[in-house]
Every structure is written in C-alpha cells, then in structure tokens.
Design a protein around this ligand. Structure first.
Ligand SMILES: Nc1ncnc2c1ncn2[C@@H]1O[C@H](COP(=O)(O)OP(=O)(O)OP(=O)(O)O)[C@@H](O)[C@H]1O
Ligand SMILES: [Mg+2]
Ligand SMILES: [Mg+2]
Length: 290
C-alpha cells in the first residue's frame, strides 16, 4: 500500500514511529510536509503538487496536523480525500476537534460525562457565570489553547472575575468550567484506534500544579481502565467521529468526565508509558479500511 504521513517534521518521535511501523508491514511510506503542498482544483481532477511533481496513487494518509496549521493542514487532508485516499482522521472531524466549545457541545449531545461548562458572550455578569459552575475554585480556558497553556485555576471569586475580565478585554474567547478537585492534578489519556482502546496512561501534574500535561512537567504511568472509563473514551471518540483519538478524562466522584478529544495525539508519551506498539495499531487500522 502507498501511505503518506502528513507531518512538518520527519524527525519527530510520532512521525518516525509511524514510518517504521509502515515499513515493517511492507508498505511504501513517505513523509509529506502539508504546508509545501499546492492544491490543484479543477473539474473532476483534484490534485496535489509537491516539490515539483504531482502526487499520485495514494491509498491512505495519516495526518499529523499541529494546532497552529489547522486551516491549511485540513485543506490538504480534504484534497487527499477528494483524490480517493483513506484518511485516519476525517477532515471534518479534524476541524471539529480543534474547537473546544464545539467539541463539548457534540460530546454533551452524545450523553457523555463532562465537567459543567459555561460559554458566555455577556461578560458583565461574571457572578452569574461563576454561580452556574458551582462557585470557586473554577477553571478558565482559552478556546484555542493547547499543551495546558491558557488553562487557569481561579481559587476565589475575585481571581475568577479578574481573569475573565482580562481575557475579555483582550477579545479572547474563554469557557468557564467546574473544577474537579477529586482528580488531584491527574488526568487519564486514553488512546483509541478504530473504536478500541490501544493504550491508557495516567498523567500526574508536578507538585502544586493542577494541570497534568506532560508539557507542563507532568509524569506518566500505565493504568488499567475501569469498564466505565473505557466505555466513556470509546463513546467520545465515536461521537467526534475520530478513527484515531487521544481522549483526556478526569476521574471524579460521579464517574469519568471527558475533558477533550485530541485528533493528532502524540505517540511518545503513550508508547513509553505502556510499552505498546501504537504506531502498528494505526497502520493496521489503515489496512482494514483501504
Ligand atoms: N475542569 C477541570 N478540573 C480539574 N482539572 C482540570 C480541569 N480542566 C483541565 N484540568 C487539568 O488541566 C489540564 C489541561 O487542560 P486541557 O486538557 O483542557 O487543556 P489543553 O491545553 O487543551 O491540553 P492538551 O495539550 O491536552 O490539548 C488537564 O489535563 C487537567 O489535568
Ligand atoms: Mg487540547
Ligand atoms: Mg488536554
């Protein structure tokens, strides 16, 4: 099979592992920088021009699209889809997953446990918003944040007010969320491929940090999921229509609560924590679908 990995950097752990797994299973594999693709659009003949040549005969693509290049990256994924290639991430699901608010709306309709969240345009009634999520402490998140940046814990009403007002003053859109204290600075990353859990790890924030992101100094260890957690993660990936998904959830006193569903989840943390060959699972998912 001819597989293309859409990635800006062939030296990243995830990209290297996917190349390795594809080769091991005897596929032709090539890393393509999505930002260097020209999309050629005309009647009935969608094409991609890359480094002086047209890209031909692609059976499948694995998009690894960073948050900063969502618009262009998605256009490239869509063009491959128009050319008949199978994508491990559907272009529409990719766009949907990049918007925290839209994702929460979709998950909520699918009856999935979530921290109670409020999005408001009426910024003067900060008190009302604080009340809606059960008072302080509460969490304030920038809609387009990633790697834990733009996620703030406000311990008091006054702190919450000033942070919300500061973000509003900068015209930045935020959601206000109930703080799940039982999670104790930890979350669970569940890697779902093709409707199955292929690995799960618990990430613990460093001392005094409520954010468990590895980019913020958190550490990871393998974890055995409860049935309820496994079902919630699979349901979340399905609701977001993602064939490959990194589902983040919090353990709360009312069961698992989904925080977000990532569409280009990294392989390094999860493969190292679990010792599993997750890159191979992704290649097998392609083999099943092409
Ligand atoms: N409502 C909450 N209650 C308790 N802890 C939370 C809450 N929301 C977020 N956290 C903690 O903060 C971390 C970062 O939050 P979140 O995953 O929403 O942000 P992100 O910037 O999108 O991160 P990512 O890089 O995973 O995309 C979570 O992994 C979790 O540990
Ligand atoms: Mg995120
Ligand atoms: Mg997260």
């Amino acid at each position: 099979m001819n597989i293309k990995i859409l990635s800006r950097n062939p030296n990243l752990y995830s990209t290297k592992r996917l190349v390795e797994a594809a080769k091991k299973r005897k596929h032709d594999v090539q890393v393509i920088d999505p930002l260097k693709c020209d999309l050629v659009i005309e009647k009935r003949n969608p094409n991609i021009y890359y480094k002086g040549e047209y890209i031909l005969d692609t059976d499948a693509i694995i998009p690894r699209i960073g948050a900063s290049v969502t618009f262009y990256g998605t256009a490239v994924v869509r063009q491959f889809e128009m050319m008949g290639a199978f994508s491990t991430i559907d272009s529409e699901a990719l766009v949907r997953s990049r918007d925290k608010l839209r994702s929460l709306q979709v998950l909520s309709r699918a009856k999935i446990g979530l921290p109670k969240t409020v999005f408001t345009n009426y910024s003067r009634d900060v008190n009302g918003v604080i009340q809606q999520v059960g008072g302080t402490p509460l969490v304030i998140k920038l809609l387009e944040g990633t790697q834990g940046l733009g996620v703030v814990l406000a311990e008091t009403k006054n702190a919450a007010k000033s942070v919300i007002e500061a973000f509003n003053g900068l015209q930045a859109r935020v959601i206000v969320q109930e703080f799940i204290k039982e999670a104790k600075g930890a979350d669970i990353r569940v890697f779902v491929v093709d409707g199955h859990v292929v690995g799960a790890m618990k990430r613990q924030g460093k001392e005094g940090e409520f954010r468990s992101n590895l980019h913020q100094g958190g550490s990871a260890e393998v974890i055995e999921l409860s049935d309820e957690e496994e079902i919630a993660a699979i349901k979340a990936a399905k609701a977001m229509r993602l064939g490959v998904a990194g589902v983040d959830l919090l353990q709360s006193s009312r069961g698992p609560l989904i925080l977000e569903v990532n569409s280009s989840p990294g392989l390094e943390g999860i493969e190292k924590a679990t010792g599993k060959d997750i890159a191979r699972s992704i290649i097998q998912y392609i083999e099943k679908n092409v």
